[in-house]
Design a protein around this ligand. Structure first.
Ligand SMILES: Cc1ncc(COP(=O)(O)O)c(C=O)c1O
Ligand SMILES: [Zn+2]
Length: 427
């Protein structure tokens, strides 16, 4: 099955069923390589596949017999067939939690609300999924240094994956991120550089570095390896459907920073339908942003096709991308599926983090607070149907954003005596 594709005159790559890069805008195709923009129209390049030889039932059995991580879906990803044998942090197959307590609080019908808890990945965010794909492309294209521009979680995921796979890593973040994110990014021994500016400044700097001799041999997972990286988010769609018994959910609520994750979840669902692995039926995708960085939500509500950049100011720093690359595609998907894009303010983010923790025992980072908060707002406004199967994504771990819930702590401090315990009113 593995296709041998000549990527450049000097490079032969084996990335399994991936056959080419295809422009999302004009469909122009080029061989697989470390490219991200169409030479004809500057549109984003995506992976094209050949799935034509797959038999639905054989594929389903092969997936179900696969490892309890994203590599069970290797036949649907741009990775070589022997990917599971390579040094990798093997993310995925995280829990789909039946969130009945949260459902009760939000007025959702019993048995209909689920939280896909991606804080359970090796570096505690969904970013391990995308980095796992990018690292296979980095190997195929003989890069020696792995890099990225990051709002925090991606930096940690790159650091860990590079350490395990034997790459050098040098990653770039805004200089003022949460301490939990900084430590998580630095602990794996790679280089971590803080840039004086916001994420959009960091990203611009990385684009310059790619074009400079100083960046030669560097694979930027979310820039020149972006087509491969982005495919990792499809595994969230695959897992959700498989965990629901090979069924599509009716509604999904997904956080948005660049919008890559949301667009690839949609791509993953479409692939499962085309492959016959799930029954075709309508589903709605809802996007979630923080009010302090809500360029996609603002455009959605105004009925615009163009996303006007914002200067972010929110505690949800992982989602603080003011100029989201995939913003217009998110708008398309929300409108095409009958979903919506909504935002919540920082106070609602904190309330939602506490609500999820108190009802389901899941401690989400601010991005999860955004998603749960938006879910509540969409139910209250009638846009999200509380009688339909709904999956809410928690994409990161609350231990990395402790500052957001500062003040949460001891109920009381007492002497080690029953008398003191009673005095504190705890008996
Ligand atoms: C925890 C978390 N959730 C969601 C996202 C959004 O990802 P995307 O840029 O693919 O929209 C990010 C991005 O950094 C993140 O860190
Ligand atoms: Zn094009």
């Amino acid at each position: 099955m593995a296709a041998q594709i000549v990527a450049t005159e000097s490079t032969t790559v084996d990335l399994g069923p991936a056959t080419a890069l295809s422009c999302r805008e004009c469909g122009h195709r080029v061989p697989l390589g470390p490219l991200f923009a169409c030479e004809e129209c500057f549109g984003p390049l995506e992976i094209a596949y050949d799935f034509s030889s797959y038999d639905t039932e054989e594929l389903r059995k092969r997936i179900e017999a696969g490892p309890a991580n994203i590599w069970r879906y290797a036949p649907l990803l741009p990775v070589p067939a022997d990917v599971a044998d390579k040094p990798n942090i093997n993310p995925g197959w995280t829990k789909l939690v039946a969130a009945d307590n949260l459902a009760r609080e939000l007025g959702v019908e019993a048995g209909k609300l689920f939280v896909k808890d991606d804080s359970g990945n090796p570096t505690h965010s969904f970013k391990d999924r995308v980095v796992a794909q990018a690292i296979e492309a980095a190997r195929a294209f003989h890069f020696t240094t792995l890099s990225c521009s990051s709002t925090g979680n991606l930096a940690g995921a790159v650091g860990a994956a590079a350490a395990r796979a034997g790459f050098r890593s040098c990653v770039f973040i805004p200089h003022d991120l949460e301490q939990g994110k900084v430590v998580m990014a630095a602990i794996y021994g790679g280089e971590l550089v803080g840039i004086e500016g916001n994420y959009d400044d960091v990203n611009r700097f990385c684009s310059e570095l790619i074009g400079d001799p100083a960046g030669e041999g560097w694979g930027f997972v979310n820039v020149n390896l972006r087509p491969y990286y982005a495919e990792g988010s499809k595994t969230l769609a695959y897992e959700i459907c498989e965990q629901l018994g090979w069924r599509l959910p009716d509604q999904l609520v997904v956080p948005i920073a660049s919008g890559s994750q949301l667009t690839k979840i949609d791509k993953g669902l479409q692939e499962l339908i085309k492959l016959g692995l799930v029954e075709d039926k309508p589903y709605k995708i809802f996007g979630a942003q923080a009010e302090g960085c809500s360029p996609v939500s603002v455009a959605f509500k105004a009925g615009h096709d163009v996303v006007r950049p914002q200067k972010p100011n929110t505690i949800a720093k992982s989602l603080a991308i003011g100029n989201p690359a995939d913003g217009p595609y998110v708008l398309d998907i929300a409108r095409r599926t009958g979903g919506a894009v909504e935002d919540v303010n920082d106070e609602q983010v904190v309330d939602a983090i506490k609500l999820l923790a108190r009802t389901e025992g899941i401690f989400a980072e601010t991005a999860g607070g955004v998603t749960v908060g938006v879910t509540k707002k969409l139910i209250d406004s009638g846009l999200l149907d509380p009688t339909k199967t709904t999956v809410v994504l928690n994409t990161g771990d609350g231990l990395k954003t402790l500052d957001a819930v500062a003040g949460t702590g001891l109920t009381a401090t007492i002497r080690p005596s029953l008398e003191s315990f009673r005095e504190a009113g705890l008996a």
